[in-house]
Design a protein around this ligand. Structure first.
Ligand SMILES: [Zn+2]
Ligand SMILES: [Zn+2]
Length: 372
């Protein structure tokens, strides 16, 4: 059902009307945006494999910047689009195109989490999120009404490793003494501690793109169900933009190690035991390092506010929203003012009550709250 073009990319023409089909979220089908025709995707019998890192590290690769962009030739209108992405919309007619052959100097995607949340779902998640933002300017509240949601598969590295860490430190044990006034005082007695902990890490996720705010990607990285990833198939990308990675695997690995180290530190503290722990050194050996490149589904909104671009991300898997939001100075100032008036009112009532020597301040608090 796919038609290959000379430039090494694929398009999926509709059998009924000839327009280009798009992957429809939450399904295993391609749908025609014009006539609604559905075509089931024939899933390839492939497995998602965690690849051996040593093998990749030993293989000479051209630096990513030296890898030329892809040339997409639109089969619908014939226009040429040069792009750094792995799937695109034709700049001129909007028809979707997906890269067919990956440049041998790049790591190809191993798996993809196909979109589960469609445009309508992403919009309603965004609307709920925007509504629940306190002190946001009114103009921001209209963000979810605008047609500016774009579906993107964003590249992420996943890392597995077995670690063994030898550590030295101190274990603190609390004890109590009585001072001259008979008060109990807590002291800590420190004992030297050393040992080793080990762990098997599976699918530590780190973003492989710098085009989207790392903070927001890290926020979403918490709950990607990586084990649900399907083996890469170009059909899942049709109609959605896919960014090529721009974080080299070496950099991804060092970021994954930072995440692993945080877990290892917790393990070491637990292993030291006692009431308090001091860590002096940790020496970690990583073995059996495996990696894969995954494409993860995100609805992106970039909006301009106060002359600066802001990013909001909606997970295409769960509909969870994360992102930047502006604060309304006026609304905050107004809330602070109302708060001051309430506080002044409460103080006034408390003062009056204590003056007359009757009534409880709690009662007047309630009365003051009732006024506003
Ligand atoms: Zn059609
Ligand atoms: Zn075109």
């Amino acid at each position: 059902m796919s038609e290959q073009t000379s430039a090494g990319h694929q398009t999926y023409p509709c059998n009924t009307c000839g327009a280009q089909l798009e992957f429809s979220p939450g399904s295993t089908a391609l749908t025609c945006p014009y006539c609604g025709t559905e075509q089931h995707i024939q899933l390839e019998a492939k497995r998602v494999v965690d690849r051996d890192w040593e093998a990749l590290a030993a293989k000479p690769r051209r630096p990513r910047e030296a890898v030329p962009p892809n040339l997409f030739v639109c089969t619908q209108c014939g226009a040429h689009t040069e792009s750094d992405s792995w799937s695109e919309h034709c700049e001129f007619c909007g028809a979707p195109v997906v890269v067919d052959q990956f440049n041998p100097d790049l790591v190809p995607p191993e798996g993809v989490l196909p979109f589960q949340v469609d445009r309508a779902g992403a919009k309603s998640a965004l609307r709920t999120w925007v509504k629940s933002r306190w002190f946001a300017p009114n103009k921001f509240k209209r963000v979810s009404e605008a047609e500016q949601l774009a579906s993107s598969y964003l590249p992420h590295w996943t890392w597995d490793a077995d670690t063994r860490s030898r550590y030295t430190g101190q274990r603190g044990e609390h004890y109590y003494v009585e001072d001259s006034n008979g008060n109990r005082q807590r002291r800590t007695r420190w004992h030297p501690a050393k040992g080793a902990v080990s762990r098997s890490f599976d699918d530590v996720v780190v973003p492989a793109t710098t085009h989207v705010s790392n903070k927001h990607l890290e926020d979403l990285a918490e709950d990607w169900p990586t084990q649900k990833a399907a083996a890469y198939q170009p059909e899942f990308l049709a109609g959605h933009r896919t960014q090529r990675y721009d974080v080299e695997p070496e950099v991804g690995l060092s970021q994954a190690k930072l995440k692993m180290d945080k877990v290892i530190r917790r393990d070491v503290k637990r292993d030291i035991g006692g009431d308090e722990q001091r860590i002096h050194s940790i020496d970690t050996r990583y073995s059996n390092i495996k990696y894969k490149l995954l494409l993860l589904p995100v609805w992106l909104v970039v909006y301009l506010f106060a002359g600066k671009p802001w990013q909001v991300l909606v997970s295409g898997q769960t509909g969870r929203v994360t992102g930047e939001r502006p604060w309304s100075v006026w609304k905050i100032a107004f809330a602070v003012l109302v708060g001051l008036i309430v506080a002044a009112g409460v103080l006034y009532l408390m003062y009056r009550n204590s003056d007359s020597g009757s009534g409880t301040s709690l009662g007047s608090l309630g009365a003051a709250a009732g006024i506003f």
